[in-house]
Ligand binder design. Sequence first.
Ligand code: GLU
Length: 486
Amino acid sequence: MSNIRTRFAPSPTGFLHLGSARTALFNWAYARHHGGTFVLRIEDTDRERSTVESEAALIDGLRWLGLDWDEGPYRQSERGDRHTAVVEQLISEGKAYRCVCTKEELEERKEATLAAGGKWTYDGRCRDAGYGADCGEHTVRLRLPEEGVLGWDDLVFGPSGQDASEIGDKIIQRSDGGALFHLSVVVDDIDMGITHVIRGADHHANTPFQVALYQAMGAELPHFAHVPLIVGPSGKKLSKRRDPVSIEAFRAQGYLPEGLRNWLIRLGWSHGDDELFSREEIIEKFDLDGVGRASGQADPDKLAWVNQQHIKQAAMDDLIAGLEPHWSKYLDASPDRDGRLEQAIDLNRDRAKTLDEMAQLCSVLLREEVDLAAEEAAKAVKKHLKPAALPLVESLFAALVKLEVEEWSESQLESVFEAVAAHHDNVKLGKIAQPVRVAVTGGPVSPGIYETMVVIGRDRCLPRLESAIEVMRERAAQAASPPPAG
Ligand code: GLU
């Protein structure tokens, strides 16, 4: 084990967002790559917005993505006493002070400053007043250095910082005694021995003040790595309305955890031209020097492609488990594991981009009934079950009936199709295959016809062909004696 310690510190105020999941993934991958420790800390100090459901959703999302943590979940709300003790300590050392300015007073002074064309930071009115604990309602502010830069060497953005004078003495404890975000984050990161703070670039601007807190507490700075935000395919900020942004939404659409994780790790990180990463390869290859300053573009086509590559390689058991919630859209009941299911999945590994699509493609092969009179079959029936195809399908049926169950294989079926084609003036195989496909699947799209017929099986194919022959005969009869015009 190395002494590297990273953390994921989500606020439980919603679902697991794409950007947060990527932050978690980078922290996890960095810790795993270096043999360090990955800590989960729930930042639930905002009592009004934090919910248990959200915490459960975050944890569920992390587990689903395969991101395991070594310590936690710690809850920031359980550490309130510690945060208060640090504030007391800072006051006693003169590094922080009590401030009795009210919101209204501050607002007034701020407006006046802005009106005079100035920039507002706290004006230091209570800075040297030396208020004691008995000063009545008050906040506590950190005393910033009067000059100098609060800087750090960011592992992504390089040398970063801001003049202390531009920041002003910010509040670290509210008037109700609660610690402010900056204080609790820094205290917890110090106490938990976090060596690398990897987080979204939206926190880059918070860091100078946090640097001041580290200095006030006499603690060494951790390494900071601010990761550029994720943007949509057009380069615009992700929008909750337009783009799917919760991990749950991607899961519901049938992306595999491996696929989504692979796509996420490439949003802002690269390793040569590599695109495909298993969990082990992420651990082996991830490092912060591969994180660039350009925003990661969330391209849905790329996600579909990456996911498909993972579907190709996924273990059968995982696919079957993942497919479970998707069947109900396409079949009356989940298919049994009777061998046909596995064959259907294998046949569609090259085609399905999501589990939802896999369920749809497999359902064509696994459905119990094909109803050629159904509305969704109408177009294919009209186009492919034409009277002209009747002699072909009839000949084929007559030959197929003679095949025993054990002979119902791709190669035998191929021989039968070829013999029938030869018998009918060497008609193109597609002329037979397409009506047969509609007959046995109810639609015009399926994998190769022989494979399809093997999965569907003799016992289902033959009656379906009989029904199709009947449909074609009726159409032929109608064509021979059209209904009277008028
Ligand atoms: N709780 C903060 C957030 O969810 C993260 C704080 C940090 O990473 O420093 O944005």
